[in-house]
Design a binder for this molecule. Structure first.
Ligand code: SF4
Length: 273
């Protein structure tokens, strides 16, 4: 039997999974008002956070990342309500894009805006956008900038030690463990959940919570730790903390369940796109 997810936000907004059949979604619309897209992997322009000015590219001692966008209150990028950082640049997209990639504008590694990790954390962890259930980092290809990602996660966890972090990579975990950049493994050692693998539009229908396509896999922290322990030499030291990485299995991730792309029925601004 097919399963559909309906979420009720604490402001009373009813959200229907984007894969819900049109008749069923229309039925909700008739009862609660017509829907509009929101909180999806591609947020509406007015949902994007305002980024600070770009960092100067010369004489900057801090680690910087090339950022595509930041948005809050995402219900599709991990469990609960997420603040999401989307990085610019994708080595997969520049060579052979995933079939049906919906974010080709993230591919160019020279695009986006270069920001220091401190400036990014300020926007991502903006207290005015709390409460949130965690942070999600995606791309582009997130781990093309693994050193900066590791540094950012170190700063974020200094501010919020219990922050729940989900990361997405177009590379499989095996491919990531085989990359020569030691910062990739260090970054993986500090996250709670990895969702890996290339997007495949042909496998998108019914992919399951938080995944773009059914071939992608979800690793929780114990699974990641086990893979890292088996996977070769020790990761590089953390630029933020100065400590050498040690995979940890102490924190259990929250359950992985919930909605896919969603639209809400709280307004009558028009039909669902
Ligand atoms: S990894 Fe993501 S951004 Fe890169 S080509 Fe694949 S779907 Fe597009």
């Amino acid at each position: 039997m097919p399963e559909y997810t309906v979420s009720v936000d604490d402001d009373g907004t009813i959200m229907v999974d984007d894969t819900t059949p049109r008749e069923l979604a229309d039925s909700f619309g008739r009862r609660f008002g017509h829907g509009r897209a929101r909180y999806c992997t591609v947020p509406l322009p007015n949902q994007l956070a305002v980024l600070p000015p770009a960092a100067a590219t010369a004489g900057v001692a801090e680690v910087a990342l090339r950022v595509h966008s930041v948005y809050h209150r995402s219900l599709t990028d991990g469990p609960g309500r997420r603040s999401t950082l989307k990085l610019q640049g994708c080595s997969i997209g520049m060579e052979r894009p995933c079939p049906g990639c919906i974010v080709p504008d993230t591919h160019d590694p020279a695009g986006g805006r270069l920001l220091t990790v401190a400036a990014i954390v300020d926007v991502l962890a903006d207290p005015a956008r709390a409460p949130r259930d965690g942070y999600s980092l995606l791309g582009g290809e997130l781990l093309d900038q693994a050193e900066g990602v590791t540094t950012l996660l170190g700063l974020l966890r200094r501010r919020e030690p219990d922050a729940h972090v989900v990361v997405y990579s177009g590379y499989t975990l095996d491919e990531l463990l085989g990359r020569p950049d030691p910062w990739v493994r260090r970054a993986l050692a500090t996250v709670d959940v990895l969702i890996d693998g290339r997007f495949d539009k042909a496998l998108a229908a019914g992919a399951g919570a938080y995944r773009g396509s059914a071939n992608q896999r979800i690793y929780d922290r114990p699974a990641l730790a086990a893979a890292l322990i088996q996977g070769g030499p020790s990761p590089a030291p953390d630029r933020a903390t100065g400590r050498t990485a040690t995979p940890t299995t102490t924190a259990a991730p929250p359950p992985i369940s919930g909605a896919g792309c969603s639209f809400d029925t709280s307004s009558s601004t028009g039909d669902r796109p």
